[in-house]
Design a protein around this ligand. Structure first.
Ligand SMILES: CC(C)(COP(=O)(O)OP(=O)(O)OC[C@H]1O[C@@H](n2cnc3c(N)ncnc32)[C@H](O)[C@@H]1OP(=O)(O)O)[C@@H](O)C(=O)NCCC(=O)NCCS
Length: 409
């Protein structure tokens, strides 16, 4: 079973068939799938001479405190009906991560279909994302709404640029190719955007992109928001409030650093009243994205923390190696390191007998490094262990904001 680069001339039809069999491709949308494939690298695995497994990645960045690190975003893992459970998706995903890591991606990320599968390749689960459903009439926003401008699919370039320039907190992801935004806009049912061109040269500064199955009464689903200042965020919330006379429910992701419930009047009362209705007000908190460090030295060289310094030995286990060919350009980051975390951080191969030792899988260490959970908690539920004093100390060293990618892929 050959694993190789996707070749549009040879594999286009087979790739469409894979996605059709997964329920990811509707008739007439084939060119859009081609465009999505074109956002980055595509690999296929052959069975009986035809592509039966397709793995896509796209280049991006992920913010770590104030630094933007190169990210490999895994944007599609699919196996056709005839090739399931042959290990193809696993081997191909591992290969895609290895190629990106060899080219300089410091981190890889993805949205998981289920917990456990991508842990096999070293990915660790991110924190909970708060998805709130509320009646827009119940928003309390201090800002009066200025009439926004319409944003349509035709504005994809401006929409993408505004996204890249948006305020991003710790963990914030950008995907580089403008075609990502173009495809996401196109893929939104009854998609529409509203925003403001307040830039010095009249560029789009803040907007929301929204979709719905029911234009008349909702629910409306906010696909994403882009804004640069708190005032711009509140102005977008005022736009949502302005829908309240007609639309009964809006679903949106809680932005980084914001407690959305603060902006809702009587949230508990409305949860009770709307329970089990089509317009049920609720808050859901799934943890569905995962990341993994691909280059420990590279990540730590760009890690600047404000807490106390900690030095320790790190015994790191990376399970990805067993899915990779012997001659792969990168074979994971298993090994022994001496690590310093603090205002200046680093990792060097080796061990120092005078230091305490932390033992971790790369997924668990990635979660620790990102600030998903403290070492003391990860030691309970994930593959991470060490002397209690070290775990405790790391809690003070890695006091980070909750990481929020703010871009689902
Ligand atoms: C998910 C998918 C890509 C897997 O493809 P595949 O080529 O069959 O996967 P692999 O052969 O590499 O791996 C399957 C193995 O992983 C295991 N596995 C699946 N889910 C798992 C989980 N949550 N935790 C641990 N192992 C898991 C399976 O049990 C199977 O092991 P087995 O062969 O010993 O029974 C395929 O089912 C698919 O295309 N689904 C639809 C599209 C989709 O949801 N893609 C994922 C997007 S994030």
């Amino acid at each position: 079973m050959a694993l190789r680069n996707y070749d549009p001339n040879r594999d286009r039809e087979a790739a469409h068939r894979i996605w059709r069999e997964c329920g990811w491709l509707k008739k007439g949308e084939e060119e859009w799938m081609d465009r999505w494939i074109g956002c980055g690298r595509a690999l296929v695995a052959e069975v009986h001479g035809e592509a039966e497994c397709l793995v896509l990645t796209a280049p991006g960045t992920v913010r770590y405190v104030d630094e933007d690190l190169p990210l490999c975003a895994v944007t599609g893992v699919t196996t056709s009906r005839v090739a399931r459970k042959q290990g193809l998706a696993g081997r191909l995903t591992a290969k895609a991560v290895a190629l990106a890591a060899a080219e300089g991606a410091l981190v890889a990320g993805l949205g998981m279909f289920e917990q456990g599968y991508y842990n096999q390749f070293g990915f660790g689960t991110g924190g909970y994302e708060h998805w709130m459903k509320f009646d827009p009439a119940h928003l309390v926003v201090p800002t009066r709404v200025r009439p926004p401008r319409r944003i349509t699919e035709d504005d994809w370039q401006a929409a993408h640029a505004a996204r890249l320039a948006r305020k991003r907190g710790h963990g914030g992801v950008n995907l580089i190719s403008p075609d990502v935004t173009r495809c996401e806009m196109h893929g939104t049912e009854n998609g529409f955007g509203l925003g403001y061109y307040d830039g010095p040269d009249g560029e789009l500064t803040h907007y929301l992109w929204c979709g719905t199955d029911n234009v008349e009464s909702g629910p409306y689903n906010i696909g994403w928001m882009a804004y640069r200042t708190p005032e711009q965020f509140l102005e977008l919330m005022a736009v949502i409030h302005s829908w309240g006379d007609q639309i009964h429910l809006v679903r949106m992701l809680e932005p980084s650093g914001i407690q959305l419930q603060d902006l809702i009047r009587q949230p508990f009362k409305h949860r009770t009243i709307t329970e089990k209705s089509r317009f049920e007000a609720a808050m859901h908190a799934p943890a569905y994205w995962q990341m993994r460090i691909c280059d420990l030295e590279g990540c730590l060289a760009r890690t600047h923390l404000r807490g106390e310094e900690a030095r320790f030995n790190l015994r790191l286990h990376d399970p990805i190696a067993r899915f990779l060919e012997e001659d792969a350009p990168w074979r994971g980051i298993s090994g022994e390191y001496v690590v310093r975390l603090g205002p200046e951080s680093n990792a060097e191969r080796g061990a120092d007998a005078a230091l305490p030792t932390l033992t971790a899988s790369v997924g668990a260490f990635t979660r620790l490094w990102l600030g998903v959970r403290p070492a003391t908690g990860l030691a309970v539920t994930d593959e991470l262990s060490g002397p209690p004093e070290l775990l405790e100390r790391l809690g003070w060293t890695l006091r980070l904001p909750d990481p929020k990618p703010d871009w689902d892929y």
